[in-house]
Structure formats: C-alpha cells, structure tokens
Design a protein around this ligand. Structure first.
Ligand code: A2P
Length: 257
C-alpha cells in the first residue's frame, strides 16, 4: 500500500502575511475521522518533505482542505506558501489523531477551543453531521491575535450555516465565538481568560463549565494547551485518549516551520 498519495492542488487563498488555506484532490481510498491529521508536503529536490496537517474538510467531502501558517524560512511552509493550482501535493495515507469523538465520554455541550491554525481540525468537526447528533450544542471558540486571522474560520462557519443539508441542524446547535487579543473586536481576550472569568458562557447564555455535561477539544500552541490543561483538570475534567474516553482531548497545532 502507498505510504502517500500524490494529489493535485486545486485552490490557494491567502488570508494574511502568515496564514493561507488550500484545497487538493482526494484519493477515493483516503479515509479519515473528522478531527484527524495526516502528513502532507512536497517533493523538494526529489525528496519528500512532510509535516502533520489536520484535514479541514469533512470526511464526506470530495476534496481535501488545509489551513497553514507561513514561516519565511520554514523548510516546508516557505515553499508550500507558493503553491499554485495544478501543483503536486503529497498526502500521507495513514491519518491519525486524538481529536475524535470516540475519545470523549457522552456529553451535552461540545467546546472546540482553538488558537491560530488550531482551528483546522474543528473546521472538519463542525462539518460532520455526527457532531450534531452527539451534542445539544457545539461551541466553536477561535482565538487569534488579529481580526484578519479569523477570516478562514468565519468562512467555514458561514458555509456550514448555509449548507443545504447541514444548515438547519447547525443553525440550531452551532455557536461561534471568535476572539482577538491584539486589536479591538466584538469579542476580545484569550480563551483562557474568557473561561476563567466565565465571560464566554455569560456571552453565549450557557451554564458554567462543568465536567458532567461539557466535553472539550483543544488545539493550539503549547502554552495555550498547557494553561487550558491545568484549568480543566482543576475543574475535575479528565483527559481522554484511544484507550479510555474522558472529558477533554488535546492536540497540538502542528506546523511551526
Ligand atoms: P496573545 O496575543 O495574548 O499572545 P499565537 O499566534 O502566538 O499562537 O497566538 C494565537 C492566539 O492565542 C493569540 O490570541 C494569543 O494571545 C493566544 N494565546 C497565546 N498563548 C496563550 C495561552 N497560553 N493561553 C491562551 N491563549 C493564548
């Protein structure tokens, strides 16, 4: 079996100096669970250079979608950011990851907490009808430094809300809370502070966070993950994994170079 597929880039969209998203063809044999990631990359000087990327598309969608940072001297992203439609993209054939529903105990409210490109796995999860079957409410919180960095997330949320099949369910259950930390916006502050003060729940009209009802998925920088890990554990939340489901699960927002 192939260790990776060679796909073709279909679209590329640049959001800021540091963020872009792209889509590519998908081999019909490539299956994954919403929230998982795989290794993707390019053949550079005849050698594959791959990094972990979460799929932003839902499992039922025809094409693959990814959300990436750009690092000027990053070995992969410095080249990847110059991608154009028609280019070849290597896609690892073995998706993996902990941000999957089976790693969580049943609950009522699902919190998807992401910073920066940590939005990516949640883009897939909010497009999956299974998510809405499992929960009464799905709360997507995306924290960024600046408003322009929220663009891709906004677009994905709007497409889900307007979707012919999923729209009705999503309009009933999905709550979207974008927040920025370095300029003025309707919501400001770090996700950690919004949870610690209860402002997030107050703004959304939700009950205080509790491990009986709430399930949490985290994806972001190491500092964000560490702080939220400490906060959730202090509130009695236990981390789930492939062996034992829990109240919350964690994945690092991978691509740093
Ligand atoms: P801040 O601007 O206060 O650093 P980055 O681009 O550095 O990954 O940051 C993305 C977003 O995550 C920013 O809004 C940033 O806020 C926020 N952030 C950084 N560190 C943490 C943390 N430890 N807990 C919560 N949010 C964080």
């Amino acid at each position: 079996m192939a260790t990776y597929y060679t796909e073709t880039v279909l679209t590329v969209r640049h959001w800021t100096d540091t963020l872009f998203d792209f889509t590519a063809t998908r081999n019909p044999g490539f299956r994954f669970i919403s929230g998982q990631f795989t290794m993707i990359g390019l053949s550079i000087n005849g050698r594959p250079l791959l990094r972990a990327y979460s799929m932003c598309n839902a499992n039922h969608e025809e094409n693959l979608a990814f959300f990436s940072i750009k690092v000027p001297d990053g070995p992969l992203t410095s080249v990847l950011q110059r991608l154009a439609p028609g280019d070849a993209l290597l896609v690892g054939a073995k998706p993996v990851g902990t941000l999957i529903q089976d790693n969580l105990l049943p609950g009522k409210i699902l919190y998807l907490l992401g910073t920066g490109t940590g939005l990516a796995p949640f883009a897939s999860i909010i497009k999956d009808p299974d998510t809405y079957e499992r929960y009464d409410r799905v709360v997507l919180v995306h924290g960024c430094r600046e408003v322009a960095e929220l663009g891709y997330g906004e677009l994905v949320v709007n497409s889900v809300l307007a979707d012919e099949f999923l729209g009705e369910l999503a309009r009933e259950k999905l709550l979207y809370y974008p927040t920025v930390t370095r300029e003025a916006f309707r919501n400001t502050g770090r996700i950690t502070a919004l949870l610690e003060t209860g402002k997030l729940q107050a703004d959304l009209g939700l009950p205080a966070l509790n491990q009986e009802m709430d399930r949490v998925m985290l994806c972001g920088s190491p500092g964000m993950l560490e702080d939220l890990n400490v906060f959730l554990r202090a509130g009695g939340f236990e981390e789930g994994n492939h062996h034992a489901p829990g109240h919350f699960v964690i994945e690092k927002a991978f691509v740093e170079k």
